[in-house]
Design a protein around this ligand. Structure first.
Ligand code: SF4
Length: 435
């Protein structure tokens, strides 16, 4: 049997084969299917149309329903979508439904999934959201699918998938305090372009990656899709096992895989993190890379810290460290990805002050756990860019209109860079504040 990458090994196992090669199509058995308020209604519609109005979900304990996108809004259509999730969860007796307005409510699906124990090494996780690739941080095959495919999975538990070739990105060296995973992934996307990894697995490797905590690894994998990647993936290690074993929903057994020595990569690039710099993605594309040095002083109107890629506790600790004892010069919005992260804003302290107190004292506004303005949303969405302003953001996309107004300009950056820029009112270098 020839040597395989992690992605190939997982797809071989999930399709009952001893080996697969890139380009081969396989019937994959799905371990977890996730859908949310935006795509759930469409997925259920396909399922009922194709499998019948009384059809049963293939395995109700493998379906996870997470309302997160358009939650805190008066918009009637958005509210109706959540009602459709509620009705489906009731009809099919879905255990893993994190309904808004209940103690179960979580927030952004890609952070809620691991927090609630739905991510496990070696498994196949599909979700009706392109950033489902975030869960590759747990050593699993995780990718976004459309409503039609998800409707098919609901009825059968299977999906016909083409095995992607793997690109390998190796990060060596000890991360300097002014860099975060966001800088690494923005550098990669800037180097290879938004189509540089189209339908390929992006495997992240090297001591620089394994030194990252699990949240930072999630940031790396989250943005694989911004390079067109089918999935992002990082081999599970003790950091992963410690996180997963504490949370594993239903204590489901799992088995991790590693890339075989001699496995073939489609592309390989090695980075020395000690030589990298803080970067931003300028409007209007995540691959429009510039070093902070090149764009320092660019005028801004708003700063936004949130989303699945930049609204985790690690992100807020970094931002609060910069904002502590200072005052922001521009409107600054803080949106925890999940309710667990929101609780962390109160329990996590720097110099005896909670992160929440630091943000509020600095003049930032704190929203409720959700996607909020990352995807624009209805006009009453917290932090939405309703006018053509310039915003620096820890989110993952800056295409025209992504955060609201189609003429708004969005610069993507790490939480350290966004916090430093919030204090200056212009793009600022966090290295000036960390000395
Ligand atoms: S936070 Fe943004 S990128 Fe993440 S799932 Fe929500 S809308 Fe998508």
């Amino acid at each position: 049997m020839s040597a395989m990458t992690m992605t190939e090994k997982i797809l071989a196992r999930s399709s009952g084969k001893s080996s697969v090669v890139p380009g081969e199509n396989v019937w994959t058995n799905v371990d977890v299917l996730m859908t949310h308020d935006v795509c759930g209604p469409g997925t259920f519609g396909v399922f009922k149309k194709e499998f019948g109005p009384n059809a049963k979900v293939w395995d109700k304990d493998k379906l996870v329903l997470i309302p997160d996108h358009y939650i805190f809004t008066k918009d009637a259509m958005a509210n109706r979508n959540v009602d459709v999730l509620r009705a489906f969860a009731k009809e099919h007796d879905i255990k893993y439904f994190y309904d808004v307005g209940t103690a179960n409510y979580k927030g952004v699906c890609h952070i809620a999934l691991p927090e609630e124990g739905h991510t496990r090494p070696g498994e196949v996780l599909l979700g009706t959201d392109s950033h489902t690739c975030t869960a590759g941080a747990f050593g699993e095959f995780a990718t976004g699918i459309g409503n039609t495919d998800a409707g098919f999975v609901l009825g059968t538990g299977k999906l016909w998938l083409k095995v992607p070739p793997t690109m390998r990105f190796v990060f060596h060296g000890q991360m300097p305090p002014y860099l975060m995973a966001k800088d690494l992934i923005l550098a990669v996307i800037g180097d290879i372009g938004v189509d540089g990894a189209t339908y390929r697995a992006m495997e992240f490797d090297g001591d620089g990656v394994y030194a990252l905590n699990i949240e930072e690894r999630m940031t790396l994998c989250n943005m694989a899709i911004e390079a067109g990647g089918k999935n992002g993936i990082i081999a599970a290690d003790q950091v992963t096992f410690d996180y997963v074993n504490k949370r594993n929903a239903g204590q489901k057994p799992y088995s991790a895989v590693k890339t075989d020595p001699g496995a073939k990569f489609d592309f390989e690039k090695v980075y020395d993190v000690t030589k990298m710099e803080p970067v931003v993605a300028k409007p209007h594309s995540p691959d429009n890379k510039a070093t902070v040095t090149e764009v320092k002083g660019t005028k801004l109107d708003r700063a936004y810290i949130g989303s699945c890629t930049g609204g985790k506790l690690t992100d807020f600790k970094a931002a609060a460290g910069i904002l502590n004892g200072k005052t922001v010069k521009i409107d600054t919005f803080v949106v925890p990805a999940t309710t667990e992260v929101a609780r962390g804003l109160d329990t996590e302290k720097i110099g005896g002050k909670s992160l929440r107190d630091i943000f509020l004292a600095a003049g930032a506004k704190i929203g409720e756990a959700s996607c909020a303005a990352c995807l624009g949303g209805p006009s009453d969405t917290f932090g939405r860019l309703n006018t053509p302003i310039s915003c620096i953001s820890t989110t993952n996309r800056n295409f025209p209109g992504r955060m609201g107004h189609k003429e708004a300009k969005v610069f993507l950056a790490s939480p350290l860079t966004v916090a430093a820029s919030a204090l200056a009112g212009t793009i600022a270098d966090c290295r000036d504040l960390l000395v």
